[in-house]
Design a protein around this ligand. Structure first.
Ligand code: GLN
Length: 309
């Protein structure tokens, strides 16, 4: 594990520049039309450490659509509210299917394989809608507190675009409702889910906001407990096995860090007892993971000798 990060900025710049050209082999998500408008050649990276350092390179300070990275934060809020009861309604196994697959949900009687595929995140959204009087506001406020930045906001163009093109997510939610696993009205569940996906944050803000997962549940900067030690272990375990969707095995094999991707092109990776890496570049591979982001995180982990295995 690295002790001295004085030359980290130069390392991040070098890693970013040497991988940036790979964006051409990916494709910016276009099933949510607003995401397709983001230039494919943008790229950023940030590393936050539990001892309070924050280093970034490229477009590391530019907000982007966090998309499925929001599933991590939603899960933490739902675990805090519902406790162990949550695991009766969503499981913790890798799905081996694309993140928005419907097939498995029917076989498995409306119980999602894990909370970081879309079905699982919709289930979590139902928990939040049912247990908070204003779940969307609570979610955004949670992000603002964790990032220590009140300017964090929802990108309304992305929200509207998701709502308009959200038939598959609606299908997942209605299927779960038919099995009795969704309590709130579906439009409210979808509205919450699309809201949390539409939050815009930079690599710097995301890296800062997830430090608690690298620090046994405690925000190391202000010493505030965000979730229990046990739940921190559980979230990191789920991110290790399922956070990169159907490429989680390969990511564990080649990098070895709990991580979560989003179709906005962001990837966060948790380094327990050290900090958080966040990389962003919009073009995606066939699994919905950022092409450049994967390489950048892998290179940083290798360069700094960071792996949980
Ligand atoms: N909002 C996206 C969706 O529901 C999130 C998917 C993702 O980032 N992998 O399809």
């Amino acid at each position: 594990m690295i002790k001295d990060i004085s030359d980290l900025k130069a390392k991040l710049e070098h890693i970013l520049i040497s991988n940036q050209g790979c964006f051409k082999s990916g494709k910016v998500a276009n099933y949510i039309p607003a995401l397709a408008e983001v230039p494919g050649d943008l790229a950023g990276v940030a590393v936050a450490t539990i001892d309070g350092k924050l280093v970034s390179a490229g477009n590391g300070d530019l907000p982007f659509s966090i998309q499925s990275i929001s599933k991590v934060f939603g899960l933490v809020l739902a675990m805090n509210r519902l406790g162990d009861e949550l695991w009766q309604r969503v499981h913790m196994e890798p799905s081996g299917q694309p993140f928005n697959s419907i097939i498995q949900l029917e076989w498995e009687k409306g119980i999602p394989r894990n909370p970081v595929i879309n079905a699982g995140a919709l289930l979590v959204s139902d928990v939040l809608v049912s247990h908070y009087s204003a779940s969307k506001l609570s979610f955004v406020n949670f992000m603002r507190t964790l990032a220590n930045d009140d300017s964090i906001h929802i990108d309304h163009a992305v929200y509207e675009s998701e709502l308009e093109h959200g038939s598959r997510n609606a299908a997942l939610a209605y299927l779960m409702k038919s099995f009795g696993n969704i309590e709130a009205p579906i439009p409210e569940v979808l509205s919450h889910y699309f809201t949390q996906c539409s939050v815009a944050m930079s690599c710097e803000q995301l890296a800062r906001s997830l430090l608690f997962l690298a620090n046994k549940g405690k925000d190391p900067i202000n010493n505030q407990t965000i979730c229990s030690r046990k739940d921190t272990h559980r979230v990191n375990a789920i991110l290790s096995t399922s956070g990169m969707y159907d490429q989680s095995g390969e990511f564990a094999f080649s990098v070895g860090l709990p991580a979560k991707s989003g179709v906005g092109g962001g990837i966060v990776a948790i380094v327990p007892n050290y900090g958080v890496i966040c990389a962003w570049s919009p073009p995606l591979n066939e699994f919905g993971n950022s092409v450049v982001g994967m390489k950048v995180v892998a290179n940083i982990a290798e360069e700094l000798g960071l792996s949980i295995y």
